[in-house]
Ligand binder design. Structure first.
Ligand SMILES: CC(C)(COP(=O)(O)OP(=O)(O)OC[C@H]1O[C@@H](n2cnc3c(N)ncnc32)[C@H](O)[C@@H]1OP(=O)(O)O)[C@@H](O)C(=O)NCCC(=O)NCCS
Length: 431
């Protein structure tokens, strides 16, 4: 510790002073707990609902600088990965911490490709869902169910066993996601095609009908690849925190990842792109954009897909998605809502209201347009997020399992209820 890397705190209740070390720009909650501690009283605690200013872990997976609009996986800028890499290579990078050699890459792709099939009993489980079941509900329960097919997965201290579950999870997510999609349409589930790449195979399982072999459009497969790379990790967000929190009980990774899927299911996390689409449809025409913007400035509306808790600059993923939009529309034809989106962005980026509040487009502003162009119903949007995020969740889970500083997650509370009440039996209360 260099000199002055401490915080001097004076407890005005007692006049006592404490010197608390500052490490990595943080103070230890345990050190705060020494303040005011006596034999009878607990020390000071920190109240931080939603962990807005609490670091829960050290992590070397993803770096974000929200003010500068920087996102890096394992130190590599997202822009370079989206342009030059594939999703599976990025997944390898996230999980292993380094880019693969040719042999490592080929082995990794081979392993993932040959674990894409799921047990037939799991297929029966999916088929048992109601015809209109939400695909996220199907996905989270089937991923949880995987733990029953691989009971050895609970040996989380064994690196070989861990590796096998990681491969299985990354491999099977597109299969389960695609089958959840087909289920709602009453179409037969399509088995994986191991001749295809990860995203091509996903497209095949989604859209193949009676043809012998599905021939995915390479531009769509590439756009999906980019979207998957952009969604692979985003450090300690709600679903990653869920995976880590549940994983801290040392449960198997299937159960931990299904907790992540459950967190992603919530509208505050995975649902914003659907809200963007609804907003664009409601606006209806480019001419109505100025009125809508006025409504936002008056506080009557929210410009969905703008603003971010972390990014106070252009979300770097939004810039990349915008390029992918053009590629997809080249295949599918232009979605008329795009014009409205472009006009909204143009006005908002020049308007004092948005500029002064540092409100820029986020990843969801354009992704919904792409998903709709690919004919996904809005319920599938979050599934399309969960599939690539699996590699990030697992990279974070691996870090957790090996982190000697981690303990079972167990936050404190400020108790606000009654105390020492006298229980009166029901027979007397209701008499
Ligand atoms: C993402 C989001 C929840 C971040 O919220 P936050 O960091 O807590 O920011 P705040 O809610 O404190 O917003 C700061 C100011 O900007 C305004 N603001 C934030 N997002 C806005 C939006 N999308 N449209 C209009 N005004 C917005 C707030 O009203 C507030 O204004 P005020 O200072 O006059 O009260 C928020 O920007 C939002 O709801 N965006 C739309 C939903 C969305 O796209 N979510 C996806 C995120 S990936």
């Amino acid at each position: 510790m260099t000199e002055n890397q401490t915080l001097t705190v004076r407890d005005n209740r007692t006049g006592e002073e404490y010197e608390i070390p500052i490490l990595d720009g943080t103070i230890r909650a345990g050190d705060v707990g020494q303040i005011g501690r006596t034999d009878d009283e607990p020390g000071l605690a920190v109240y931080d609902p939603g962990f807005t200013n609490t670091a829960s872990t050290r992590s070397a997976v993803t770096y974000i600088d929200g003010d500068r609009g920087i996102l890096e996986y394992r130190g590599y800028p997202i822009e370079q990965l989206a342009e030059k890499s594939t999703y599976l290579e990025v997944a390898y990078l996230l999980i292993h911490g380094e880019l693969p050699t040719k042999e490592q890459h080929d082995q990794w792709v081979h392993e993932i490709t040959f674990h894409t099939f799921v047990h037939e009993n799991l297929k029966s489980q999916l088929q048992g869902f109601r015809y209109d079941a939400h695909p996220m509900g199907m996905l989270l329960s089937s991923v949880g169910a995987l733990s029953t097919f691989y009971p050895e997965a609970r040996n989380i201290k064994d690196p070989d066993i861990r590796h096998e579950q990681i491969v299985r999870l990354i491999a099977k997510m597109p299969t389960l996601g695609a089958w959840s999609f087909r289920h709602a349409q009453g179409k037969p589930y399509v088995y994986p095609d191991n001749d295809l790449t990860y995203t091509e195979n996903f497209l095949s399982m989604l859209f193949k009908m009676s043809e012998q072999k599905y021939d995915p459009d390479p531009r769509l497969a590439k756009a999906l690849e980019v979207l998957f790379i952009l969604h692979a990790d985003h450090e300690q967000n709600c679903s990653t925190n869920a995976v880590r929190s549940v994983g801290s009980s040392q449960v198997d990774p299937y159960s931990a990842v299904s907790a992540g899927i459950a967190a992603l299911y919530g509208p505050l996390h995975g649902g914003a792109n659907e809200a963007v689409l609804k907003m664009l449809k409601r606006i209806g025409t480019v001419e109505k954009v100025p009125d809508f913007i006025e409504g936002v400035k008056n506080g009557d509306e929210k410009l969905m897909g703008f603003g971010h808790r972390v990014y106070k600059n252009y979300d770097p993923r939004a810039t990349i998605i915008k390029k992918a939009v053009d590629d997809v529309f080249e295949v599918t034809g232009v979605n008329p809502l795009l014009k409205i989106a472009v006009e909204l962005e143009k006005i908002a980026l020049e308007d004092e209201y948005f500029v002064s509040r540092k409100l820029y487009p986020n990843v969801d502003f354009y992704s919904g347009l792409i998903y709709e162009a690919l004919q996904f119903p809005p319920e599938m949007f979050t599934v399309l997020f969960a599939i690539p995020r699996t590699s990030g969740w697992l990279a974070q889970w691996l870090e957790l399992v090996d982190d000697k500083e981690q303990k079972i997650a167990r936050p404190k509370q400020i108790y606000t209820g009654g105390r020492q009440l006298d229980f009166v039996a029901a027979s007397e209360r209701w008499a």
